[in-house]
Ligand binder design. Structure first.
Ligand code: ADP
Ligand code: UDP
Length: 236
């Protein structure tokens, strides 16, 4: 596997071409951003943790019937993944009210939802990732009805698997964001990452935040929080 030219540099990762046109390498950075890039900083060691954690979780999901882009961990920060065309939607699942859901609907953070909810945001930084519904997705031609159903089905399945998995580590899965992509033959697979950057994780007993909210809300202790989730994942 040869690492080729950089194709893209995002806020948290870089994407490189490889000598195989169906594969790319993602390289995780320590850079952290919030509020659509307005707040910038670094979380020391985050790239190493997110790379490893995302790979462990994707492998767990794959073993349980969710197709993912994961192929092979190359190094501390680099992973080979299937190259996909990202469906430009942020797929957000919530079990407990927090963040923008709490604000939008006036529901106190921490309120357990009657049933998990799913929402889509359009993945577009210039527009501030606006909320978008299924009809909009169809009108804009971002995905077909069948693709929306497949994505929603996988997202709820990820929720059940990840919720149970994290609970064994005494972590509550509050909410999370997923991205899906299409391989060359049109297959929908889970892409991007699953990490404390993209999930809200709360300690089951203390409700302590173990995720990027510590950075977003200037609470401090973000490095320790990421390390703590990783420590529990590794069974230490
Ligand atoms: P952002 O673009 O939001 O700043 P990142 O810094 O995480 O995000 O950059 C990673 C980029 O790579 C994202 O745009 C993401 O959608 C994209 N991506 C994730 N997985 C794949 C994949 N398997 N193939 C191609 N692109 C991917
Ligand atoms: N999220 C994300 N990327 C985004 C927006 C949200 O990973 O661009 C995740 C976030 O970490 C949380 C969930 O999606 O786990 C729901 O976030 P919310 O809509 O409450 O937005 P926020 O409060 O982060 O602005």
């Amino acid at each position: 596997m040869t690492k080729g030219a950089q194709m893209y540099e995002g806020k948290a990762k870089k994407v490189f071409a490889t000598d195989d046109p169906t594969l790319v390498i993602v390289d995780y950075k320590d850079d952290a951003t919030a509020f659509n890039g307005e707040k910038k900083g670094t979380i020391l060691g985050k790239g190493v943790i997110n790379n490893r954690m995302s790979n462990l979780l994707m492998q767990m999901l794959e073993q349980n019937g969710v197709p993912t882009h994961f192929v092979k961990e190359l190094s501390e920060r680099e992973t080979v993944v299937k190259k996909v065309t990202i469906v430009p939607l942020e797929v957000i699942i919530r079990n407990i009210a927090a963040g923008s859901f709490s604000k939008r609907f006036g529901v106190e953070e921490g309120t357990v939802l009657k049933t998990p909810s799913l929402e889509f945001s359009l993945k577009n930084d210039d527009l501030g990732d606006p909320l978008i519904n299924d009809y909009h997705v169809l009108s804009l031609g971002l995905a077909t009805k069948e693709e929306i159903a497949t994505i929603a089905g996988y997202a709820f399945k990820v929720n059940e698997l990840l919720k149970a998995f994290m609970l064994k580590l005494d972590i509550e899965l509050v909410d999370f964001k997923l991205e899906f992509g299409k391989t060359a033959d049109g297959t929908i697979v889970l892409a991007d990452e699953i990490s404390p950057d993209t999930c809200r994780f709360w300690d089951v007993h203390t409700h302590e935040k173990l995720d990027k909210d510590r950075f977003r809300r200037n609470m401090g202790g973000e490095v320790e929080a990421y390390q703590e989730v990783m420590r529990r994942l590794m069974g230490e």
